[in-house]
Write a protein that binds this ligand. Sequence first.
Ligand SMILES: [Zn+2]
Length: 569
Amino acid sequence: MGKWGKFFAVLVIGIILAIVAILPPTPLSEDAPADQFSSGRAMQDVRIIAAEPHPTGTPENAKVRAYLQTRLIELGLEVSTSESQIDELGLKRLNRWKGESKTEQTIVNIIGVMQGVDRSKPALLLMAHHDTVWESPGAADATIGVASILEIIRAIKLDSQPARDVIVLFTDAEEVGLVGAENFFRDNPMADTIGAVLNFEARGGGGTTNMFQTSANNGNAAALYAKSVKQPSASSLSIYVYNALPNDTDLTPALEKDYVAYNFAHIGRAGLYHSPKIDADALEERTLQHMGSQGLDLTRALLAAIDFPAQKRDATFFDVFGFFTIIYPPALGWLFLISTTLCFTVFANFKQRRADFFNGAVRMVSFLVVGGAVLYALNWLSGANAGSNYYDRLAAIPKLEVVAILAGLALAIGFFGTSKYGFDKFLGAAFPILLIGFAGQALAPTATYFISLSLLMCVVPAYARHRWPDNALIPWVAALLAALVVGYMIMLGHLLLLGVGPTMLPVAILTAAIAVMALLPFWQGLTKSRAKMLALVGLALAVVLALYIRLDPMAATVPIYSLPGSVIH
Ligand SMILES: [Zn+2]
């Protein structure tokens, strides 16, 4: 193996792991075993429900409701509807869509009850909204959730009668301001019989389905997810990030109650969010399989539990490339950081070594600062400003990702490319990330695992290589751990850009910096002229693509109501 062998092995394995994590599971066909969630079966409901747009207050909405009532009755549930009035804000939005000036509008929630053995026990609620935005068939938002619930109910009907009631709520008027859910949780007496809620939502047309929000103090709730969900996609980081954003779903009014709550959604193929193009054929079936299989696993676990998970301090947790979920108390992050810090104490004779250490540290600080500024500038250049169309920006995310990758690679080669990284220089490069890790652990411990664990997985092996230079196994273990870090950072960068990319492209610089740190010990150094050439070409391509995003025509997927003048999200 040539001198670059380990470097490319780490990079390639990292990329493969990221692809595995980013790709949702294989769909199960209509004839899959009856006890399993089958997206093939659920797609039959999607095709009927999403045949045409069905916003609240339209005949198409009533038609979908009639279909859903029939389906719930077929499944053996006690079905009722609950009528209420839309609020002022909702009415305003609806009137703007329809070009009407109505002064009132009745909305209708559908409720189905599957009786449990002990009806006095707190019930489990499965929830999704059945209305769409104007002009969108809504095969994803939130038909994917409605169809998931129907298929989950079909599957659990085959299990023994649950110990507690299972309630299905298909809310109305979510798209005009969560009105159906707000009315239900405020006024319906049934809301007081509930103990746990699963909500299913959508933003886009595909990608992995993520469990991205829980009720507060989720220590036990997250542990149940970790234990029971076989195809997980969830992290305490996404929960932290989501809570910091001003977004709402039907779960928002439910969280004011004392329920145990889990929220699922997918955010891939973001250009299809609220789009007129998102019909059943455009929906990625894998995404539906991923939503339903997680929902079914968690539903079964909640029904099997004697009591719903009690509140306990928030946990740190994350899925490992979609295979399983690791969960631990956030304080453990301190141990990872301190163990990492101990590897720095080899600087007994710091004077001799400090030139290399500072060299590495300056390179990393420059990469973070200049990289953040460059990504900010490129995002601005690509049209991230108040005047741009929100949905057009979502549709641009894949191109923005390429911009970020090109710029990240160019800057990494520009700042790190000409050198090799012995232990001292590597520690210098890791040091700024260690400081960020300590700050993160102090301020947001559940969100900092990806920093503290990456440091542990990169710095300790580097120390071991330095301490036992003749050991043949250590470099391979180091390479494997580095590949895991690189893979996770690619996956995380992708998720972050899908989640907040069009407005906050610079967030990608932190995941890029950690991936760079993982790769440095295997980097062999380029000549100055070659590094310079690669960096300039990469940056130039990033600038050209950013300009293209700014100047290209409006995406064909954007909702028509979002075109000039409208402020509806
Ligand atoms: Zn929705």
